[in-house]
Structures are given as C-alpha cells and as structure tokens.
Design a protein around this ligand. Structure first.
Ligand code: NDP
Length: 371
C-alpha cells in the first residue's frame, strides 16, 4: 500500500514496540486519572489537552510517559489541586502571577490567556509566573496565541539538570523556549530545550535500552557518558551546541541564562538551582509568556504571507544530496499530529503497560488499543 506523506513522516521512529490508541480515548483516560486524584474536571481537561497534544505532535518526552511522575508528585503532596492563582502585580500590558503551587498546565493556561487578553488591548502582553509546577511543552502555550493571530512566546525554568559550559554540576534548567506565529496555511512553531536534550528524552533512551549520543550528558564525576543510567545517578545534561564542544555549547548556556532571567528572576521567584521537583512542596517553577498583536505592527495578512513566503524560500533552497527535504520548525510536529489524529497515537508498549497499571490502581477503565 502506498503511504501518504504524513504516514511517512511521524516524528517518532515507530517500530514493533509501539501500540496505537485514539486521541479521544487517551484524552478521556488522562482526564479521569487527574479527576480521580482530586483535580476539578475543567482543570483535568486542561492538563490532559496539554499532555495529549505532546503525544499527538510526537513529543514523546512530554506525553503520557510523564503521567506516573505527575501522579507521584500529586500523591506526595507537592501540588495544590485547587490553587488560588493570583495576579499579584499588573498594568495594561504586563502582569506577575502567583501559581499557588498548582499544576503548571493550569497555571500556564491561565497566564497565557491573560497575556493574549492584554495583547489584544495594548498590542503586547507579558505575564511572568512564579510558584508553579512543571507545565509540559512550551509550544502548547505559544500556540494558544498563534491560533488567535498573535505571536506567542513562552519559556519556563526547571529543576536543576544542566551544567554550564565547562562545568559539571547541575545548576541550570533544561529551560525551553518556544515561539509560534500564524502564517498562510499553517503555523511556525519553534519549541526547544536549551540543553542537548530534555530530561524526558534520556528517560526514553533508558526505557528502550538505547545509549545516548556522546556530548549529551556528563556523569556525576564530569566524564562524558553514553549510558542513560549515569544521568539518573547524578550526572548532568549539557547545554545545546556551540561548535561541537564536548563540554557544553556556550550558545545553549547563554540561552539557558536568558530563560532564568525572564522567568525566575523577573517574576521574583527562583532560578533553576533552587527549583524543586513536582513532588516537593514549593518547587517554585517559574514561567514567561508573551503575546504580540501582529496587527498593531504590520497588517496581519501581509505578515502571514511574508512568513509563508520566507518558509517556502528556505524550503526550496538547495538541499544536501543525502537529505530528503528541508523542514520548517513545527512542520514535522504538525504532520505527525495530522497522521495521529487519523491513525492513532503511537505509544511505547512499556508506557501502555504503565498506563494500565495506573488504571488498575485508580479503579478506572483501562485504555483500549486501536485494533
Ligand atoms: P526537538 O529537538 O525535538 O525540536 C526542537 C525544535 O526544532 C522544534 O520546533 C522542531 O519542530 C524543530 N525541528 C526539529 N527537527 C527539525 C528540522 N530537521 N528542521 C527544522 N526544524 C526542526 O525539541 P526538544 O527535544 O528540544 O524539546 C522537546 C519538548 O520538550 C519541547 O516541547 C519543550 O517545550 C519540552 N520541554 C519542556 C520542559 C519543561 O520543563 N516543561 C523542559 C525541556 C523541554 P518539529 O516539532 O516540527 O520537529
């Protein structure tokens, strides 16, 4: 059978170790899990939407494979299930929000909605957040703005996982940065950790029994390693590339500090060195959200056309003889989403088994496979 372009381009390399579930089944399952744990239905839906969006776009590291971690975090009392999310300072185009230790997805959605509202009124909205928790994929929030014809920018700090260039201690976060913008016939979506990989990616390698590429992780003594276990035994991720330095790219290091400044420092919260894990009280994860109303700067259609033209010109430039094609950031993720909405979301068998154990434990219906 001839495969469609989308089927050929799932972001994750799916092999016989993966099974497929429908998006709706997975969403309903995740909603039930969080409701069972005491989270109100609307908030459970927000969290589920963010987690399932990650799986839809092929971002395995932040999909349902993280569910167990969130559950443990909640059970150990590290999350406020019914937070009183408060605006502690604000003006027409900015705000500082206290997340009251709520789930990061709920706090993040609140904050990006606020940034969007302000941008629509004033041309720009910047909302910084302190006292939150892990919020999943940064691109979820920047896309909220892009879908309303605004440019969305989002960043978060994380618990300390990354060594600075030439350092070996975990002091910085994996600190992702995302920018989304509407273009004719789609969106641009940049969404990336500022480290060589997110921690979740190392979990995936471990789960699959794979090695990690050289240059990603130092063990706790500062030696380069390809064994994922060394990371979990206290090793550190390295900042995103420079000129192939083995001890962390200075550019990723600079970007990680940029994120620390705009999240923890600007919100009056913690920078990554002092950020805790979800199961800890007052983990104080901090976020940054910005929405820019394009219309205030340039006619919207002109911007969307220009962005699409730029993307097309980049894609039609000469490619390497061994490359299939040139991609625009977000394109692979959206193709994966389109495919998975049609044929189901691929999840690793071991994650599927873990989800069924969670179902048994919480007394909810198990997840069905697509036959
Ligand atoms: P990737 O390295 O997979 O992708 C980074 C960006 O590059 C994406 O926008 C991606 O678009 C784009 N891209 C990938 N390949 C190409 C290509 N060949 N040509 C053009 N663009 C390309 O992401 P990361 O592993 O760095 O991050 C994964 C996720 O983890 C992100 O969603 C991030 O927000 C999240 N994260 C969350 C953290 C948290 O604490 N909450 C911490 C760290 C990361 P596309 O998707 O289309 O491939």
């Amino acid at each position: 059978m001839v495969k469609t372009l989308s089927e050929l381009y799932e972001k994750v390399k799916v092999d016989e170790n993966y099974v497929r579930v429908s998006k709706d089944d997975l969403f309903n399952f995740v909603v039930k899990v969080f409701m069972k744990l005491g989270i109100p239905e609307n908030d459970a839906k927000t969290i589920a939407d963010c987690i399932v969006t990650a799986d839809l776009r092929g971002i395995e590291s932040h999909g349902v494979q993280r569910l167990k971690r969130y559950i443990n975090g909640i059970r150990m009392g590290g999350v406020n299930l019914k937070p009183n999310i408060r605006i502690v300072r604000d003006g027409p185009s900015y705000a500082v929000v206290d997340g009251d230790e709520g789930m990061g997805h709920v706090v993040g959605t609140f904050a990006m909605r606020l940034a969007i509202e302000k941008a629509k009124k004033t041309g720009i909205g910047v909302v910084v957040v302190r006292n939150s928790n892990h919020f999943g994929i940064a691109g979820y929030y920047s896309m909220m703005a892009a879908r309303e014809n605004l440019i969305g920018i989002c960043m978060t700090n994380t618990r300390p996982l990354v060594a600075p260039t030439w350092g070996i201690d975990r002091v910085l976060g994996t600190n992702p940065i995302s920018l989304a913008a509407p273009m004719e016939n789609g969106y641009l979506l940049i969404d990336m950790a500022t480290s060589t990989a997110p921690a979740g990616e190392i979990e995936i390698r471990k789960r699959k029994g794979d090695k990690i590429p050289e240059g990603w992780v130092l063990d706790k003594n500062g030696n380069m390693t390809t064994n994922p276990d060394d990371f979990f035994a206290g090793g550190a991720l390295l900042p995103l590339g420079g000129f192939g330095e083995l001890y962390g790219g200075h550019r990723g290091y600079c970007l990680a500090i940029l994120v620390e400044v705009l999240t923890g420092l600007l919100s009056g919260g913690s920078w990554s060195k002092y950020v805790g894990e979800t199961h800890q009280k007052h983990s104080d994860v901090c976020h940054f959200f910005m929405a820019i109303n394009i219309e205030n700067f340039v006619p919207l259609n002109q911007f969307k056309k220009a962005l699409a033209k730029m993307a097309e010109e980049i894609k039609s430039s000469r490619k390497h003889p061994e490359a299939e094609r040139i991609w625009i950031p977000g394109e692979k993720g959206f193709l994966t989403e389109e495919t998975r909405l049609r044929i189901g979301i691929a999840i690793h068998r071991s994650v599927f088994e873990e989800l069924n154990k969670i179902a048994e434990d919480l007394g909810i219906e198990k997840l069905k496979l697509i036959s």
